[in-house]
Design a protein around this ligand. Structure first.
Ligand code: GTP
Ligand code: MG
Length: 588
């Protein structure tokens, strides 16, 4: 969860990290996912789905088959179980590397990436190949320190003889674009719609990054399985709800429902057999105990998991750690099924219309650029709340672009029925049963209207509610009230202060005004001036000044410099927060 703290990398100063970051970035090439043949696999599905379809390209929706969330999760999990992570020497021949690994069985696909050193993700066609590789692998030879013998799917490849070969592997990029690159591509876009789609394309999770997220969960699952053999570690939040951007945290849910189901009554004749178990006074204590041992295990035995923190007194207890090889900041929770269901709902909303994700990514990026959101917990709006606001806004269009949660509930069948802790979480899971919207409004119009809508919203008396898709009276005096879609008596933005809300309203009004300016209407009118989305990302006030006195505008490059500085300071903050300590907030 983004609002949670992440670990410091010991001994690495901020400047060093920024420098390494810049170096790494310059060496990274276009993502390449090598798909070898293995018929009937998910990879083959994806290869098929990756063919251009000729529809409006946001670069993502065509790649997402209209699969149920659970189907997609199960397939990716199974794929991850056939996959290994290998730390590679700097100089490696891809061809020889693959030949060497193929001794253990056919490889379905692979890719390389850099995260301070070189790593390979290799997906075999069969699980047996992983076992064969493990059986052939040696424990590290004794050095000064003693190795804890643990056989994971995370390996270290060494070269017996130094080679003079140059490394000739292509890297997959796991980081978002630099602000400089982003502004270049936004400047060259053809329209505001094009800018929004470009931002989405540049920031969305890549296929490789998604694979790496599922693999990381699978590696953690191996550890948890030592205690709970039937457990499943499922990613949730922005890693899977289609709203994640490169670099976002990895939220994991330790699902013990299978283990629990083992105790459902199975009678035979007059007999009823139960497990002998330990009992504790409450669900919360059980959760704390389970997370406590898993946390110990991760800390002591799991290679690559560093800075493990057990945050068991938070409203939603969790274990937080840094997975060094993937670079992900991870939050592991259990007994948090509603959050997984929220991710499923957002996945559906994200897949229903190609404009949804473009708008959400833009609003989130805009909010970050203006420091409306932060990775430090506090009185600011969260990404989750912003996503809810965009969904709500799209429900209020005429005709609506997104259906209300109540109407998704009406479309549900018996299979979709779902009650979690007494909360009704029923909604249709089959995307193909939801009628597409007839609304044809452009992204440019929607963005302008979004800012206008919330710049004038009666936050003092009304609440936002995606269940009904219309404003309602606020049940309490919180400055911002966004009803939790499943735990309907809760407000997901309870933490937001009046001053943060006011900042949001002021910026929304200013953004409406900027988009209304004729000379920001498109690239042809703007000459060298920042236009459209770039103008929206300028520090507040800069636009008003420059637009008010057209003749005395700052040169474009100066403005872009101001903008780059502002984004850089956000990025620096990001770095501080992903590698430094953050505080803990509780979840509503
Ligand atoms: P990022 O900022 O990209 O990490 O977005 P995210 O959606 O992953 O948010 P975060 O990591 O903060 O939380 C993970 C998931 O937990 C969200 O997607 C929601 O499903 C759920 N969640 C987060 N915040 C709240 C909250 O305040 N209330 C409730 N009910 N659920 C929340
Ligand atoms: Mg998250």
């Amino acid at each position: 969860m983004c609002r949670f703290l992440t670990m410091a990398v010991p001994g690495v100063g901020l400047l060093t990290r920024l420098h390494l970051y810049a170096q790494r970035r310059s060496r990274v090439q276009r993502p390449v996912l090598r798909l070898l043949s293995c018929p009937g696999t998910v990879a083959e599905d994806l290869r098929r789905d990756e063919q251009p379809s000729g529809s409006v390209e946001t670069g993502f929706e065509d790649k997402i088959p209209k699969k149920r969330f659970s189907e997609m999760q199960n397939e990716r999990r199974e794929q991850a179980q056939r996959t290994v992570l290998i730390h590679c020497p700097e100089k490696i021949s891809e061809k020889k590397f693959l030949k060497y690994l193929s001794q253990h069985g056919p490889i379905n696909n692979h890719f390389f990436y850099e995260s301070f050193s070189l790593y390979a993700v290799v997906e075999f066609c069969q699980k047996e190949s992983v076992r064969s590789l493990q059986n052939e692998t040696h424990a590290p030879s004794k050095g000064m320190e003693v190795a804890i013998p643990f056989r994971s799917r995370f390996f270290n490849l060494k070269l017996k003889n130094q080679t003079s070969e140059r490394s000739c592997v292509q890297m997959s990029n796991q980081l978002p674009p630099s602000s400089k690159k982003l502004f270049e591509v936004l400047r060259d876009a053809e329209s505001v719609d094009d800018q929004l789609n470009t931002l989405l394309k540049e920031f969305q999770l890549t296929e490789e990054n998604t694979k790496l997220r599922y693999l990381t969960c699978s590696l953690i699952e191996d550890i948890a399985a030592a205690y709970f053999p039937d457990c499943v570690v499922r990613p949730f939040g922005s890693s899977v709800n289609t709203f994640g951007k490169l670099g976002c945290d990895l939220d994991m849910f330790l699902d013990l429902s299978e283990t629990r189901n083992l105790s459902t009554n199975k009678t035979s004749g007059n007999f009823l057999m139960e497990f002998q178990v330990k009992n504790v006074p409450s669900e919360r204590i059980a959760t704390q105990k389970i997370l406590s041992v898993i946390g110990e295990c991760l800390d002591n035995f799991s290679p690559g998991c560093v800075g493990v923190q057990k945050i068991l007194n938070a409203r939603c207890p969790l274990v937080r750690f840094s997975h060094q090889a993937s670079g992900f900041q991870c939050d592991l929770t259990t007994n948090n099924r509603i959050a997984l269901t929220s991710s499923e709902l957002l996945y559906i909303y994200g897949a229903l219309d190609s404009r949804v994700r473009a708008l959400v990514f833009t609003v989130r990026y805009w909010a970050r650029a203006h420091s409306l959101t932060s990775s430090i917990p506090g009185a600011w709006i969260t990404n989750f709340s912003l996503t809810m606001m965009v969904i709500f806004f799209l429900q209020t269009r005429s005709p609506p672009i997104l259906p209300t949660l109540d109407s998704l509930q009406t479309l549900a069948d018996a299979e979709d029925k779902c009650i979690i802790e007494g909360n009704n979480c029923t909604f249709v899971r089959d995307l193909n049963r939801i009628k597409p919207s007839e609304n044809t409004e452009t992204l440019e119009l929607l963005l302008k209207e979004f800012f206008e809508y919330f710049g004038n919203f009666a936050f003092n008396k009304n609440s936002i509610n995606i269940r009904q898709g219309r404003e309602q009276n606020k049940p309490d005096s919180s400055p911002l009230y966004i009803q939790n879609p499943f735990e309907t008596s809760l407000n997901i933005s309870k933490n937001v202060s009046q001053s943060q809300l006011q900042k949001f309203v002021d910026l929304a009004q200013e953004s409406t005004w900027i988009l209304q300016q004729e000379d920001l209407g498109g690239p042809s009118m703007s000459g060298n001036q920042p236009w459209g989305l770039v103008a929206l990302l300028l520090p507040s006030g800069a636009n008003r000044k420059s637009l008010g006195k057209k003749k005395s505008r700052k040169p474009a490059n100066e403005k872009v410099k101001v903008l780059l500085e502002s984004i850089k300071s956000n990025r620096t903050e990001n770095f501080t927060n992903t590698n430094g300590k953050r505080n803990i907030s509780t979840q509503t």
